[in-house]
Design a protein around this ligand. Structure first.
Ligand code: NAD
Length: 461
């Protein structure tokens, strides 16, 4: 007999390690009704593009107006500094506006036959959006904004580590959207698995880890629902021999440690020319030792805690193993001796090239800096993991940097910065980093299906 499920679960503040609130643990047998309501709401929502645009614009205004309530709640459950929570909310509103203004293009085919062929675009139906805990609102909006703009309805499931700001967002949006168009549903597993495999869902759009992504794809397969997977990353930054170490050190550090390193496309490995390696380690270690770590609610905080106990244990495991293998911590290398899930910002040197902390995604405030001899070796090492989300090249000669960037096997490559995304760009990881394309018009079309009508011309056929 399965255990009866409790009706609520605790939400922990990672800055204290203490539960501070709880969220509904929705029973999986409630899913049929939720998906059923999303299906009923679809008919009205897909019928009127003008009303959709107006509702999405009103949604963006509502999100902005609720920033003062959303931001502290997001920081409390996620850990990030308050300013970053506000930035996440601004991005959520911007994304709603971006997609509100977008419509698919109807095209005609003129191939010489006496037929007028028109390509139109239709929505898919209820979409399941399943997201992780690192950017709960921003990543959710990357899913629901294009899905809703395309005329679908959405059932959104946040991570059980960060359900509260998303629930509040859901109620803020419910004032601007018709009933059933967007439903936020919180709960522990197997809620996500059952949502991903629900026969009423026509597109599962998932952001999270590679193993869960595989489970989601397998769950969606029997119903042949479309699947979009935005998965993990292990981005490399390749420094060229003409890089100005001091000039780029702040940017490189932020690209690795923002949100406590819990960014899918954070810099997770640095390859530095052997001649510059010691200087790079020193410059990054200096920043790691002086960056202000604390509760995201404290105004001076630059880095918050790791989001949850399991993630902290994972970071500790990867680092301890690297240290056992002969690595040295030029900064950090340990938990902070205080309540909550704090880990000292860590710069690792003398790390074996094939150490797990280099080859896998540790997803925390830890950065290995690896020396290379020939540039080809650095590019080969950068491409040698199972991931292919992003990558960057840093140097003074921009043409040379661009040539090297073109050799990186990933979806987005940056020069002299990292992880800056335009709302208008396609976002698509390769290898284990994902399937499908999000962002810009590609994100909209990812939520649509083509419908083609062939009609004979007057006197034709
Ligand atoms: P996770 O895979 O553990 O969980 C993601 C979501 O899936 C959560 O809502 C979780 O509750 C749910 N889930 C868990 N098991 C499920 C199942 N069997 N079926 C369906 N849903 C299930 O990931 P996480 O630890 O929350 O997030 C960290 C990961 O997310 C990292 O690997 C990170 O790189 C990745 N990520 C990727 C991107 C991107 O755009 N590529 C962005 C942010 C984070």
């Amino acid at each position: 007999m399965p255990h009866p499920r409790q009706e609520r679960f605790a939400v922990v503040d990672p800055a204290t390690g203490e539960a501070f609130d709880e969220a509904p643990d929705r029973r999986t047998d409630e899913l049929d009704a939720v998906v059923g309501r999303a299906r009923e709401a679809w008919a009205g929502w897909r019928a009127d593009p003008g009303a959709r645009t107006a509702a999405l614009l009103a949604s963006a205004d509502a999100v902005e107006a609720a920033g003062g309530e959303l931001a502290p709640l997001l920081t409390r459950e996620q850990g990030k500094p308050l300013a970053e929570s506000y930035a996440e909310i601004a991005r959520t509103a911007a994304r709603l506006r971006h997609f509100a203004a977008m419509a698919p293009e109807t095209r005609t085919i003129n191939d010489g036959r006496p037929v007028h062929s028109e390509i139109r675009w239709r929505s898919l139906g209820p979409v399941a959006a399943i997201v992780p805990w690192n950017f709960p609102l921003q990543l959710a909006s990357a899913k629901f904004a294009p899905a809703l703009a395309a005329g679908n309805t959405v059932v959104l499931k946040p991570s059980p580590f960060t359900p509260l700001a998303t629930r509040l967002l859901g109620s803020v949006l419910s004032a601007a959207l018709p009933e059933g168009v967007l439903t936020v549903i919180t709960g522990r597993e197997p809620l996500g698995a059952l949502l991903a495999s629900h026969p009423g869902i026509r597109h599962v759009t998932f952001t999270g880890s590679v193993p869960t992504g595989r489970a989601v794809a397998a769950g969606a397969a029997p119903g042949l629902a479309r699947v979009t997977l935005e998965l993990g990353g292990n981005d490399a930054a390749v420094l060229l021999d003409d890089v100005e170490v001091e000039a780029v050190a702040d940017r490189l550090f932020r690209a690795a440690f923002r949100n406590c390193g819990q960014v899918c496309m954070a810099v997770k490995r640095v390859y530095a020319p052997a001649r510059l390696h010691a200087r790079v380690v020193e410059a990054l270690a200096e920043r790691a030792k002086t960056v202000v770590v604390g509760s995201g609610l404290d105004p001076g905080t630059e880095l918050g805690p790791v989001n949850n106990a399991a993630q902290l244990a994972r970071v500790e495991r990867y680092t301890a193993r690297a240290l056992e293998e002969g690595a040295r911590a030029a900064a950090g290398g340990h938990r902070l001796d205080r309540p909550g899930y704090f880990y000292a910002p860590t710069i690792l040197t003398d790390v074996p090239l094939d150490s797990a902390v280099v080859m896998e995604e540790q997803f925390g405030p830890v950065l290995p800096v690896l020396p290379y001899g020939r540039l080809d070796e650095a590019v080969e090492a950068a491409n040698a993991t199972r991931y292919g989300l992003g990558g960057s090249v840093w140097g003074t000669d921009l043409d040379r940097a661009e040539e090297v960037a073109g050799r990186l096997e990933c979806g987005t490559a940056w020069i002299n910065h990292h992880a800056e995304l335009s709302l208008d760009q396609p976002f698509a990881g390769i290898k284990d980093s994902g399937v499908g394309v999000a962002g810009g018009p590609w994100g909209l079309y990812g939520n649509l299906r083509p419908f083609v009508v062939h009609r004979p011309m007057e006197g034709g056929l």
